[in-house]
Design a protein around this ligand. Sequence first.
Ligand code: IMP
Ligand code: MG
Length: 176
Amino acid sequence: MPAPRPGPPLVAEKEIAARVAELGRAIARDYADARLVLVGVLQGAIPFVADLMRAVALDVTVDFLRASSYGAGTTSSGTVRLVTDLSIDIADRHVLIVDDIVDTGHTLAALKRTLEARGPVSVRTCVLLDKTGRRQTDVTVDYVGFTIPNVFVVGYGLDYGGLYRNLPYVATLDGI
Ligand code: IMP
Ligand code: MG
């Protein structure tokens, strides 16, 4: 059995660019007079944050954290650990958590709880991809790029065994 390889694009580079521009405009409108911090979730959110931050025409701060869910495999377990924390204080700031994908919702729900405990004015969430069919939490996702079916995807930050994050589009895996 050969190793799984990315198939054709599920979300093409041009579709991503157009949607990121729309999200950037919506965020700029919604946070017009706010001191916004974009919090990217490493490593999957790197391309998305890089593109989104340039689409938000506001003075924003950008910071990153790294989360890790206990247990291996392709689904998250419900316990989320902060492996690398933010480098700034988010008290009295508006926070927008930016991640690549929301699947069960455990990662976003836990990150939101953790950051809300630090005294920010608000904590909202933005993901490029939403697998709505798999949700196990009632976490609110405030900005969604694309809703996708329950398939494992790679590219534009998303990996399979550490590979394929650098694809400029989102693809399903062939041979999984
Ligand atoms: P959740 O906690 O189940 O919502 O999962 C969120 C995390 O699982 C994401 O930030 C990704 O790192 C990973 N993940 C979920 N679905 C996929 C996928 O289809 N491809 C790659 N990673 C995924
Ligand atoms: Mg992730």
